[in-house]
Design a protein around this ligand. Structure first.
Ligand SMILES: Cc1ncc(C[n+]2csc(CCOP(=O)(O)OP(=O)(O)O)c2C)c(N)n1
Ligand SMILES: [Mg+2]
Length: 664
């Protein structure tokens, strides 16, 4: 099979394309060899197909890699990162030099082991964890269609191309991504599948017997199979894909490590430096006689011409761009939202409703969605529970992409990755809901959103044993700690409607990090009864009830702030003064100056923390003499008040713990 794939008759044009592709191959081999680590297999295998894509189809102008109407190119199989770095360098994309490539996989080089968003323009998303890129691409394709519906073909009319490997398609997340894309008929999404039949352990047949063509077809895609080393074949398929009425899969049969004399076609080509002898053999086979990292002048200038060919289209587009479009892409929250949320806070403080924070979140979203077209909401089939759909927005369907609400189906992982894709595309602020316990099903995408530093908002309701009867499968216990452990993620557990409105305001204002709102199913008393325009939650933690003579500080989050208030009353009845600190966002609290943190934590007082989760993390706040009232096991099924009692998370227990702590 390998021999016949490679055995393509070369027309003069084919031969030219092969020479261009060999520049990718040479750079990829040389960089991996120099770093003594990396993955040559994919860049060598997909160089031909990628060259055809960039030469004839991809709409881009290397001079402006941020051009909003560019086609997006996602290398989902991030281990093949040298393919992307080579393309960026060869096309002349600013921010990618030959020196950078020579420093592949070294600290400080934009050429990280796997492509990292933000390291260089043209890296559209961070990939490496297999399956994420293709799922991000679905979000990008949704964003494109949605903004097209809003701004028209003149301003938004581009495609999203993906290179996905066997591993990408084996990962479960790809099923969610593929079926969602098929359902939404995202015909601007084109996936080039590197169908090399090889993964790390050997032939993919060791572990998989899926017919990918049938799989994609059953998900509503159009499909085609090509020889990935036949430029004409790939070009025909890409032509065909341009007019597809559905998302399109181009399965490119390739030879992994194409050109490596002893390794090509085997798992040995997947990773690792090939060694001097193998590389010398490859140079012969590929008819490439330049020294390492040297691209012959003509080939480089041909590549640079490919990088510049989109200039006319970009210039024409620039002539059409409008102030309104630029403002939409800047994506700054309008001031009306700040005012609206402040009004909502005032009303909540005055009316003091007993309301679930998921419901309070809906009220905040009513304000946000009515004042800003950028937000695109959704839920993984829990819309009535997550309270994510507001009155002023309608659903997005294949027949109407103008909607701002996505029914993701029961696809939490795909949802979270698609949300990242929308944020990365630009012009949108995605939010999406599920039960907090299923944050586990989103976690790999949440982690990458935090790593990339992008603004997405996870609306995660049913945040504790307080959800009651659904029981321990649905009751988060370790999730607060687990999510707080992710760097650059703002985790909020608001105590009432006021803190919920504040959390939303902060989430929208933070363009460079994701936020996750943990919201209660059960009603909570309003604890912020004094209105202030200031966003107090922005400090992460603050004294919500003070007493200068307090000997005890009660620390709490979310639904347990109310319990802290009741415990304070019990202590007061016994003549013990206590103050209460609400801690809606630990990450923001940690960013405050030490003097603020110390004063909030109450030096000289004993501390009792109460939170319906595991203890992990609390010790740093309660100190050696402090006490913790919370969960020490999984939860239990029952009416929520009974469950709280069952686990001893009560005002009485908090008061007792305080007294015990005072005794030392
Ligand atoms: C989620 C995830 N699991 C495991 C890995 C480690 N890994 C990197 S590449 C790869 C599979 C390689 O096979 P394939 O995707 O077909 O790539 P090819 O070898 O053809 O380049 C694995 C398991 C990963 N990057 N991401
Ligand atoms: Mg493979």
């Amino acid at each position: 099979m390998s021999a016949s794939l490679a055995d393509v008759p070369q027309s003069p044009e084919q031969a030219d394309i092969r020479r261009l592709a060999n520049a990718i191959r040479a750079l990829s081999m040389d960089a991996v060899e120099q770093a003594k680590s990396g993955h040559p297999g994919l860049p060598l295998g997909m160089a031909d197909a990628a060259t055809v894509l960039f030469l004839k189809f991809l709409k881009f102008d290397a001079a402006d890699p941020h051009w909003p109407d560019r086609d997006r190119f996602v290398l989902s199989a991030g281990h093949g990162s040298m393919l992307l770095y080579s393309l960026l360098y060869l096309t002349g994309t600013p921010g990618m030099t030959l020196d950078d490539i020579k420093r592949f996989r070294q600290v400080g080089s934009p050429c990280a082991g796997h492509p990292e968003y933000g390291h260089a323009p043209g890296i559209e998303t961070t990939t490496g964890p297999l399956g994420q890129g293709i799922a991000n691409a679905v979000g990008m394709a949704i964003a494109e269609r949605h903004l097209n519906a809003r701004f028209g073909n003149g301003l938004v009319d581009h495609r999203t191309y993906v290179i996905a490997s066997d591993g990408d398609l084996m990962e479960g997340i790809s099923q969610e991504a593929i079926t969602l894309a098929g359902h939404l008929k995202l015909n601007r999404l084109i996936v080039l599948f590197d169908d090399n039949g090889i993964s790390i352990d050997g032939k993919t047949s060791l572990a998989d017997s899926t017919d990918q063509i049938e799989r994609f077809q059953s998900a509503g895609w159009n499909t085609i199979q090509v020889n990935g080393h036949d430029a004409a074949d790939v070009a025909r398929a890409l032509h065909w894909a341009q007019t597809s009425d559905r998302p399109a899969l181009i399965a490119c049969k390739t030879i992994i490590g194409f050109g490596l004399p002893t390794r090509q076609g085997t798992q040995k080509a997947h990773s690792d430096a090939p060694g001097a002898e193998e590389i010398a053999g490859a140079r012969k086979l590929l008819d490439w006689d330049s020294p390492p990292f040297v691209i012959p002048e003509q080939i480089l200038s041909d590549w640079r011409a490919i990088g510049a060919k989109g200039k006319a289209a970009r210039d024409a587009w620039n002539g059409r761009r409008t102030k309104e479009f630029d403002e939409a892409m800047a994506c700054d929250a309008p001031s009306a939202i700040g005012q609206g949320l402040s009004d909502l806070k005032r009303k909540t403080s005055e009316d003091k409703p007993a309301v679930a924070t998921r419901k309070a979140s809906e009220a905040a979203l009513e304000v946000i969605n009515a004042n800003w077209a950028a937000t695109v909401g959704g839920s993984a089939d829990l819309t009535p529970s997550n309270n994510t759909k507001t009155k002023t927005i309608h659903s997005l369907y294949a027949e109407d992409y103008s909607g701002r609400y996505i029914h993701y189906g029961i696809r939490e992982h795909g949802m979270a990755a698609a949300m990242s894709g929308m944020a990365l595309h630009g012009g949108l602020v995605p939010y999406g809901g599920t039960f907090l316990t299923f944050s586990d099903y989103c976690r790999p995408s949440i982690r990458l959103a935090a790593l990339m530093g992008i603004r997405v908002v996870y609306v995660m309701t049913h945040d504790s044993i307080g959800l009651g009867e659904d029981g321990p499968t649905h009751q988060p216990v370790e999730h607060f700690a687990a999510l707080r452990a992710i760097p650059n993620l703002l985790v909020f557990r608001p105590a009432d409607g006021v803190e919920t409105a504040e959390a939303w305001e902060i989430a929208l204002a933070n363009k460079n990090r994701p936020s996750l709102l943990m919201l209660s199913r059960q009603n909570l008393s309003t604890v912020r009864t004094q209105h202030t325009d200031e966003n107090v939650s922005a400090k992460g933690a603050y004294e919500i009830a003070g007493d200068a003579s307090a000997k005890v500080t009660l620390l709490a989050t979310g639904s347990e702030v109310e319990i802290a208030f009741k415990a304070r009353d019990l202590l007061a009845a016994e003549g013990i003064a206590a103050r209460i600190v609400s801690m809606p966002c630990w990450a923001l609290f940690e960013e405050q100056p030490a003097t603020y943190r110390d004063s909030v934590l109450g030096p000289g007082t004993v501390k009792v923390a109460v939170e319906a989760g595991v203890r992990l993390g609390w010790d740093r706040y309660i100190g050696a003499d402090g006490r913790f009232i919370g969960m020490h096991s999984f939860g239990a099924s029952g009416p929520y008040k009974d469950v709280y009692k069952h686990f001893g998370i009560t005002p009485e227990a908090v008061a007792e713990a305080a007294k015990a702590a005072l005794k030392g």
